[in-house]
Design a protein around this ligand. Structure first.
Ligand code: PMP
Length: 390
């Protein structure tokens, strides 16, 4: 990944203190952490903290608050003393409810479930459960920032496969990237950072080919409720061994509460459960009770709101930038008008607009990410700046 520094030894990366001596603590840092470079996004957040009245279109979280009834359920759970560890798999009522929904969706499949600390927790456990050193993991580029570092953390090699000009999967490129070392494929639709829903034909093909080649397939469905134009399509419809990761962060604005889940074939879920027992232990118990009530909450008005925001932003920018109109999530991924992403982001920041350069999500420095999880007033201010600097 272009944004990742290559560190050959810990000594080479050791910090040098004011007296010119390498600090001993730097030498303790494990090599695997060299693959974690979060400086790009952090720089934007640091700048955001300094601006007086920023237009923030950089954040990957809903701009609405947690629905009131969901907050109440969490408060009730805390008051009722449901504050201890839960079983590693998750509290029974939440598991039963999630499994009932999953069985309704996939009546013929034998799917097993684990409640996790966020979708990130599920992703990390899935990597540790399945990826051995030397294994290759296919990731479609552009991709969610966490994927490549997580693969490396597990000792695997991320293999980036470019999507086409509309950010759809190029099935031939995918086939060409498969080798005898391919262990796993990571699919995310609707996608972060593009907002694009993978078309049904390519999801079906990827799912079918993974099944045929005995390659594991993770489907990250955290934005499944955010499909604006066509119904959501899951790879699990076409490949019963698909490992689905999902969560409440985006659908219910619960990003700070850390609740996710994963469902899939027994050996994978059982191994992830074992790993969770010795790492996260369980998802926070009161949050699990809140999650149970969240499942009864109608989020469709929020989604309708996001569709309007998508339309508003797209209408304001389409004559000024090359944009693939997103049909899901709450991101737009326009092409840079020229120059580097960093230079463009700095120009935007001069106008108090916060956006994220595309090279955080891709090996290509050609696009930038906008989040339309913002008030209409913020969106209009953002559009004005982006028109000016196009
Ligand atoms: N997958 C994708 C595609 C995401 O965009 C995010 C959050 N930005 C996550 C997973 C992680 O979500 P969580 O808050 O549930 O860990």
């Amino acid at each position: 990944m272009a944004t990742q520094p290559t560190v050959t030894s810990n000594a080479a990366s050791a910090d040098v203190n004011s007296t010119g001596l390498a600090t001993a603590a730097s030498a303790w840092i494990a090599e695997r952490t060299a693959h974690f470079d979060s400086s790009g996004i952090r720089r934007v957040f640091d700048l955001a903290a300094k601006l007086k009245n920023p237009i923030n279109l950089s954040i990957g979280q809903p701009h609405f608050d947690v629905p009131a009834e969901v907050k109440e359920s969490m408060i009730e759970a805390i008051r009722a003393g449901k504050n201890s560890y839960s079983s590693t798999q998750g509290i029974a009522p939440l598991r039963e409810r999630l499994l009932a929904d999953i069985r309704q969706e996939y009546p013929d499949a034998d799917r097993h479930l684990l409640v996790t600390s966020g979708t990130s927790g599920a992703l990390m456990l899935a990597m540790l459960a399945m990826v051995d050193p030397g294994d290759e993991v296919i990731i479609f580029d552009p991709y969610f920032v966490m994927y490549a570092p997580l693969v490396r953390l597990a000792g695997g090699t991320p293999v980036l496969v470019d999507t086409d000009a509309k950010f759809q999967i190029d099935v031939q490129r995918f086939i060409d990237a498969l080798t005898s070392k391919t262990k796993l494929v990571l699919l995310n639709s609707p996608g972060n950072p593009t907002g694009v829903c993978a078309d049904e034909a390519s999801v079906r093909e990827v799912a079918r080919i993974c099944g045929e080649r005995h390659v594991a397939l993770i489907s990250d469905e955290i934005y499944r409720h955010f499909c604006f134009d066509t119904p959501f399509v899951s790879a699990a419809q076409f490949n019963p061994d698909t490992i689905v990761v999902d969560g409440f962060s985006k659908s219910h604005a619960m990003t700070g509460w850390r609740l996710g889940f994963v469902h899939g074939p027994a050996p994978v879920i059982e191994t992830m459960t074992k790993l969770q027992q010795y790492t996260f232990v369980c998802a926070p118990q009161p949050v699990q009770w809140a999650g149970l009530s969240a499942l009864d909450c109608d989020v469709s008005p929020y989604m309708a709101d996001y569709r309007d925001k998508r339309d508003r932003l797209y209408a304001g920018l389409k004559d000024h930038y090359e944009i693939v109109k997103p049909d899901g999530a709450f991101y737009m991924y326009p092409q840079l008008p020229g120059g580097t992403g960093q230079a463009f982001v700095e120009r935007a920041i001069e106008h108090e607009l916060l956006i994220i350069p595309g090279n955080i999500f891709s090996r290509h420095d050609t696009h930038f990410r906008l989040s339309f999880a913002a008030s209409d007033e913020q969106l209009d201010r953002g559009i004005e700046v982006l028109q000016k600097i196009a």
